[in-house]
Design a protein around this ligand. Structure first.
Ligand code: GUN
Ligand code: ZN
Length: 448
């Protein structure tokens, strides 16, 4: 029989989309709650005054005072091989790719290097409370094996794939249309739906794939309808101009992908900073999602994502939150929300705390069609949880005394918080990271 465990703290979670409904009606806030977990799932939840009395004998909740229990954060766009070149100075997208990114990614031909970086990367995600991510590996299949191998040891629900590129990159990073098809097919067989792993068909972006290779991605997408697709879209003005030169017969950048058959449910497009109303309608109609990556868009000077246009209730687009490390400057979804707030300000809009935390949890789960499993603290959901310390730093401890309600407390967490505010991270009910552990802070999952 699986063991029962329990956590105690203030629960914050969401039952609907606060961009489409009154935000206050979407948040579920249970002060001093108990979350009961069995076999990786939440089996009971409610105020401690009620749940404590019905806990099985011998179960004592792990108590986190001054903390919020939230669904683990979900990062819908990130590159694990770029961990070693985060914070590369001075360039915008196309120069940045050539000068830094394509150099670092060549290191992943060596499996040992890939395994080392995958280990650092996954620990950094868990240290920031992120329990699911949509991840670019490199063109090398061994980079995917290294990543999923480490994810399996932590039992994290991850979505990842091998990059396909058959032009406009260094020769050492190129495959061919056929090789991209064959290697992706083998990796899908090896990893897709193995435990909590999901495969993602990953053409890097239109400029680095020929029409033949994009067509191969469309074939893979049809052959594996429950696999994911990820690529980049309308991030930077020079990039968009280049795409229209490379595909003169297509009416827009998104049309290049639609023509290849890779715009559908479970497609995740990074950025979408410069989309038209027609593009938003296409995303809405097809069920494709956008990953909003504010720290990256500011760092590379790409532009300001129009979040409230994307989420227009007349034709809402599924939007998740992405760090886009290494163009993004933080693994922390709290810091990513901090920048999302500022991007919204520069667009003359206001991202409130309820909308922000929804984006990082349930909203991203909805973008990935995983909202029945993750992204919510609720009975029947997988117990991927983050414990957020409201008093993580001296300034947060001081400032929190003056907070008048949960809205303000959440806003302070995203403005002042970062990895230091993550007290612990749970994956399928098991604690895999503990900030205050004096010895090893990380622990692989154990078979139950
Ligand atoms: N477009 C194509 N490749 C990349 C990448 O690695 N990062 C970002 N931010 N944009 C891209
Ligand atoms: Zn990216």
């Amino acid at each position: 029989m699986a063991t029962v465990s329990a956590l105690r703290g203030d629960v914050v979670t969401f039952k609907a989309d606060p961009f489409l409904n009154s935000p206050e009606d979407c948040m579920v806030y249970i002060p001093d709650a108990v979350v009961v977990i069995e076999a990786g799932k939440i089996t009971d939840l409610g105020p401690a005054s009620e749940v404590l009395a019905r806990l099985p004998q011998g179960v004592t909740p792990v108590h986190y005072p001054d903390a919020i229990i939230s669904a683990g954060f979900i990062d819908t766009h990130i590159h694990y091989p770029q961990t070693e070149m985060i914070g590369a100075f001075g360039e915008q997208l196309l120069e940045w790719l050539n000068k830094y990114t394509f150099v670092a990614e060549q290191n992943f031909a060596a499996q040992a290097h890939a395994e080392h970086v995958a280990g650092v990367f996954l620990r950094e995600l868990l240290r920031c409370g992120t329990t699911t991510a949509v991840v670019y590996c490199t063109v090398h299949p061994q980079s995917v094996d290294a990543f999923f191998g480490e994810s399996q040891r932590f039992n994290t629900r991850m979505i990842a794939g091998k990059v396909l590129m058959d032009r406009n990159a260094p020769p050492a990073l190129l495959d061919t249309a056929q090789q991209g098809y064959d290697e992706s097919t083998q990796l899908i067989k090896r990893w897709h739906k193995k435990g909590r792993q999901h495969y993602c068909i990953t053409p890097r972006f239109a400029p680095t794939s020929t029409q033949a290779q994009l067509d191969v991605c469309g074939t893979l997408a049809r052959e594996h309808p429950d696999a994911y697709i990820q690529t980049h879209l309308c991030e930077n003005l020079d990039e968009i101009k280049w795409v229209l030169e490379l595909f003169p017969e297509r009416k827009s950048y998104l049309d290049v992908y639609q023509n290849a058959g890779i715009v559908r449910e479970r497609s995740v497009y990074g950025h979408g900073v410069h989309l038209t109303e027609e593009d938003f309608c296409t995303c809405h109609e097809t069920g494709a999602a956008l990953a909003h990556c504010p720290t990256s868009n500011l760092f590379l000077g790409s532009g300001l994502f129009k979040l409230f246009d994307a989420k227009n209730p007349a034709r809402p687009v599924r939007v998740g939150l992405g760090t886009d490390v290494g163009a993004g400057t933080s693994f922390s979804q709290l810091q990513t929300l901090n920048e999302a707030y500022k991007v919204a300000q520069l667009n003359q809009t206001r991202l409130n705390a309820i909308q922000a935390f929804y984006l990082a949890t349930r909203g991203s789960a909805e973008a990935l069609y995983l909202d029945q499993q993750i992204g919510t603290v609720g009975i029947g959901f997988e117990a991927d949880l983050v414990i957020l310390d409201k008093k993580a730093t001296p300034l947060m401890a001081f400032r929190s005394q003056f907070s008048k309600d949960i809205n303000e407390t959440l806003f302070l967490l995203l403005i002042l918080g970062d990895d230091r505010a993550v007290r612990a991270t749970y994956v399928a009910g098991q604690k895999v990271y503990d900030r205050d552990e004096s010895g090893e802070q990380f622990r692989y999952a154990v078979a139950e």
